[in-house]
Design a protein around this ligand. Structure first.
Ligand code: FMN
Length: 433
């Protein structure tokens, strides 16, 4: 059985874990001091590349490689934009770190700034996280007071870093990196076409590194404890640790910090298991394809594991579902979220989310028509890969996978015109229209 390895989560249960005094007692800011004073920027980037660190925000892009795309010989200002929007249903790892261990993010940001030559950091936090916002603002103030933000940090002449905490207004699309940048600029959170990528033209048209807050929070540990330590967890292609958000049908829902490569079964058991037989699992947040249980029990949670099983690691937000879950209803519930959150720029997404909700709702209400399943799959097909950002995939993949794996439930509804799954109470029936 893989054991939890508490790094970011070691002290989060303590009172005042978010204060700089607690962080300094745990050795805080020493790794950044060492990296910034003893290593050249290029060496820092190379170190991150060799560590194999990949983004914890969903796409798993190699962090050091991303930093290396930022132009070096430019006198234009560069920015670091930290993504704490965390609105994917099922995901709550970032919130824990922002609320209870925020200095790890500031310390990691210093390492990134030194490596890339950045002096302005924005941290974008989801609007519905007022506690995290207050804690981050407090942490930034403490860091300024102790000289970890501001001018000539660590006594390095000209190493100046300013940090601003920017609250979102509650939109999932503002977690998409270019949507987030638009929102920080003061515009609507509309994603932009890529290329150009933010590394070349990001915030205010300037070179910008976008990283998830947890990606950045791991940096002080990787620099403090070394590449060998980091690579002793996980696999060659997916090294290191991950705070998994575990929810749904398990006894103890919460954040479990473990090596990459832990299996879904191990996560389920660590979270106390469940009293009824299990039916399905979403491995990487609501936009990842659903997997069947027991088939998926031994899938290792690496960047490759869920992909080989037909899904993705995403934000490592694992949602377990027992046999009482009605999959038509589960899909309906998800699609209502995506309909609400589509930014509306692209027709296949704006219209597709709305129509798919209507169709799944009528199926769940016993009013489904022959051909509805094909129409639903057609909507997904016409959206995936045909929009500015991958929001279309985020609602299209659930449609495809729920129908592919649980088609019998959808068909039974349409055939019998009634709610059929294991006595589950349909939410959809409660919604008129
Ligand atoms: C619709 C959508 C929502 C997203 N939401 C988030 C989010 O809340 N937090 C996050 O870090 N990344 C989110 N991402 C991924 C970001 O676009 C980006 O890949 C990530 O912030 C990069 O950081 P990383 O390389 O450190 O993971 C989202 C992507 C999409 C398409």
């Amino acid at each position: 059985m893989t054991e939890p390895v508490k790094v970011l989560t070691e002290f989060v249960h303590e009172d005042e874990s978010w204060t700089i005094d607690r962080y300094l007692r745990a050795g805080g800011y020493e790794a950044a001091r060492k990296a910034c004073t003893e290593m050249q920027p290029e060496e820092i980037i190379d170190f991150v590349k060799r560590s194999g660190l990949r983004g914890r925000g969903g796409a798993g892009f190699p962090t050091g490689l991303k930093w290396s795309f930022v132009p070096k010989d430019t006198d234009r200002p560069k920015f670091l934009a930290l993504n704490g929007d965390e609105s994917e249903p099922g995901t709550f790892k970032d919130r824990l770190v922002m609320e209870r261990w925020p200095h790890s993010i500031i310390e990691g940001a210093l390492i990134a700034c030194r490596a890339v030559g950045i002096s302005t950091v924005y941290l974008y936090i989801r609007g519905e996280m007022p506690l995290g916002y207050r804690r981050l603002v407090g942490a930034v103030k403490e860091a300024y007071d102790r000289g970890f933000l501001g001018k000539n940090i660590f006594g390095i002449d000209g190493f100046d870093v300013d940090m601003t905490i920017h609250r979102g207004a509650g939109a999932y699309i503002c977690g998409e990196e270019t949507g987030m940048l638009s929102s920080i600029e003061g515009g609507r959170g509309y994603p932009k076409l890529k290329p150009p990528f933010p590394a070349v033209s990001g915030l205010f048209g300037m070179p910008t590194v976008v990283n998830n807050v947890v990606t950045i929070a791991y940096l002080p540990y990787i620099f403090g404890r070394g590449i060998e330590w980091w690579r002793s967890f996980g696999t060659e292609k997916s090294p290191g640790l991950m705070p998994y958000s575990v929810s749904g049908h398990v006894e103890r829902r919460g954040v479990y910090e473990l090596p990459l490569g832990v299996t879904l079964r191990e996560l389920f058991e660590l979270a106390g298991g469940w009293s009824r037989p299990m039916k399905a699992v979403i491995p990487g947040g609501s936009s990842s394809k659903v997997l069947r249980l027991p088939d998926a029990w031994d899938v290792p949670m690496t960047f490759e594991g869920p992909m080989e099983a037909g899904s993705m690691l995403g934000s490592a937000a694992v949602v377990f579902m027992d046999e009482t879950v009605c999959m038509v209803d589960a899909l309906y519930n998800l699609l209502r979220f995506y309909e609400h959150e589509s930014c509306g720029q692209c027709t296949p997404c704006r219209e597709g989310t709305g129509w798919s909700v209507k169709i799944v709702r009528r199926i769940a209400q016993g009013k489904g028509r022959p051909g509805d399943i094909e129409t639903l799959l057609g909507i997904a097909d016409q959206a995936i890969g045909k929009t500015i950002c991958v929001f279309a995939e985020a609602f299209g993949w659930p449609i495809q996978s729920y129908v592919a794996l649980f088609r019998d439930e959808f068909e039974a509804y349409i055939r019998k015109g009634a709610h059929v799954a294991h006595g589950a109470q349909p939410q959809a029936a409660a919604h008129a229209g």
